[in-house]
Each structure stands twice: as structure tokens, then as C-alpha cells.
Design a protein around this ligand. Sequence first.
Ligand SMILES: C/C(=C\C(=O)SCCNC(=O)CCNC(=O)[C@H](O)C(C)(C)COP(=O)(O)OP(=O)(O)OC[C@H]1O[C@@H](n2cnc3c(N)ncnc32)[C@H](O)[C@@H]1OP(=O)(O)O)C(=O)O
Length: 284
Amino acid sequence: MTDATADYAAWIGRREITDDELALAPALAAAATLDDTATRFAKGSPLPPLWHWFYFLPRAAQAQLDVDGHPQRGGFMPPIPYPRRMFAGARMRFHRPLLIGQPARREAVIRDVRQKSGRSGSLAFVSVLCRFYQDDVLCIEEEQDIVYREPGAVVARPSVIEWPPVEHGTWSHIVTPDPKLLFRFSALTFNAHRIHYDRPYAVDEEGYPGLVVHGPLTAVLLIELLRKNSLRPVVSFSFRGLAPLFDLAPFRIVCAGEDGQMSLEAQAPDGVVAMSARAELMPL
Ligand SMILES: C/C(=C\C(=O)SCCNC(=O)CCNC(=O)[C@H](O)C(C)(C)COP(=O)(O)OP(=O)(O)OC[C@H]1O[C@@H](n2cnc3c(N)ncnc32)[C@H](O)[C@@H]1OP(=O)(O)O)C(=O)O
């Protein structure tokens, strides 16, 4: 296995600062996309957890986009040669909610670039630490894992099973990841990655059986399930994408736990756990 990360030590510590005004419009668009018709968002309202992903959007010019739709590597992200980019997971702590209608800052730094060998082939993980500030106060700390993969085997279309009934006390919801939802999420996050909206590209170039559900969308849906069922603020949240989800069939999200320690999952149509997550709620 050649080490695709060997030459990227110089990228570790590379920083990117993005300022944003946290306008009301993206929060209203996110609420519409997530079918939240109950919350009345206004200037000064706290942003729900993970909704900071709808701000601080990428600003690469069109001419700087690569064939996959992401900004060309070699700027902030290292020029890893593996072509298949995926969002692998993240860990975060929420110290204080960001408020709509007020300026805020995102400071991102490349923490690590690491080569691994997985069942799917060679993998290069880039971890990016993001800190979010408002009024110079640290509000959110987040570490994201972005993975780059070699071209591998074509991914088979998942079979569809009947999920077992959820246990008493478990919150659950069936999600239909149709192209309308995927398109709106790509638009909310200004993410031009073609695997999420360009079916011929996703299938013929990247070997997926359909459009790929954004990892951040699945994570947002998981934490929204929690927000709809509990008034307790989330203190920390972590998730790992274990298998891709596609727009080919509904998937199920579930959340259960006690004493404020919650376990969450996205279950693929074939029953495989596609995303596993944990959340810690503020003590009562
Ligand atoms: C936005 C956006 C892009 C997207 O949203 S893409 C769609 C969302 N993401 C996914 O669907 C990813 C789903 N996960 C996978 O497909 C596989 O887990 C993955 C990442 C291809 C790895 O599978 P493998 O079977 O090849 O890996 P192994 O299980 O054998 O593990 C090998 C080592 O890698 C570590 N590892 C595996 N998965 C993760 C993960 N999610 N996060 C962090 N680390 C991971 C694993 O621990 C092994 O490490 P060792 O140290 O034990 O060797 C956009 O582009 O912006």
C-alpha cells in the first residue's frame, strides 16, 4: 500500500477563517427542509444543534471546483490523490448556542492526515478541527473526519427488509431520502458534491447504486429526532458513518437512552447500521 498521506505534514496546522452574519433566511430554509413547522425562528433565536452547518458556507469560485464538485484540493484541504471523498464522522461539544442575526466566526484547522487500510481499500483520513465563536466566546467545538478512498468495487443496491419493531421508549422515524430532500440539503450547505444530485456521476463515476445521502443530513436528522422529543439541550454529540445510504429506499432513525446518555442510529433498508451516534444531554 503506498502512503497517500506521506507528503502532507505541511498541511497540518493550516487554518481557514470564515465570518458570517447568521442571517435568518438559512434557518427558515432549514426549518422548511426538515419539516419543522413548530419553531418560530427570529433574529436572536438560538440555532438548534448542528444548524451551524447551514452557515460559514464554502466560497470557492466556480472555476476552482474539481470534477466531483468540491473545491480543488491543495488549498485548505491537502491534495490527497484518492478520488472518492466521503464525510466519515465528527465529534462536537456545544458550549453555548449561536444566535441568529448576529455575526459569528468559524476557525478551522487541519489537525491530522492519516493513512489507513480498510475493507474497502486504502483510506486517507483528514481531521479538521472547527471552533465557532460569537462575541469572541467559544460556542461550539467540532472535529470532522473527511475520508478519501481509492476507487473500489461497485457498491451493490441494498436489499430491503422489514425492520424489527422498535423497543418501548425508543423514538423512531422513517426518512424518505428522495432527490428533493437531497437537493435542498445540498443547497442549504452549498455543497456541490455530485454524488448527492447527479445520478449518472454517482453511479457511473463513483460506483454507487444511487444518489448518496449526505452524512451531515443523516446526522442532522438524528439530532432533530432528539430535539423533537426532548427539551434538554445537547451538550455533546458524536457520530460515525459506517455505510452509505442512498435515495433508493427509506431508512429508519432511532434514539434511545437514559440519564441523558443517548444512543442514536440510522438503519439502512437492509437493516445495516449506516450511522451510529451518541449524544449527551444537559443534566436536569
Ligand atoms: C457531505 C460529504 C460527503 C458525504 O456526505 S458522503 C456520505 C456520508 N458518508 C458515508 O456514507 C460514509 C459511510 N462509511 C463508509 O462507507 C465506510 O465506513 C468507509 C468510510 C468507506 C470505511 O469503510 P472500510 O470498511 O473500508 O473501513 P474499516 O471499517 O475496515 O476501517 C478501517 C479503518 O478506518 C477507520 N474508520 C472506518 N470508518 C470510519 C469513520 N466513519 N470515521 C473514522 N474512522 C473510520 C476504522 O476505525 C479503521 O481504523 P483502524 O485504526 O482500526 O485501522 C462531503 O464530501 O462533504
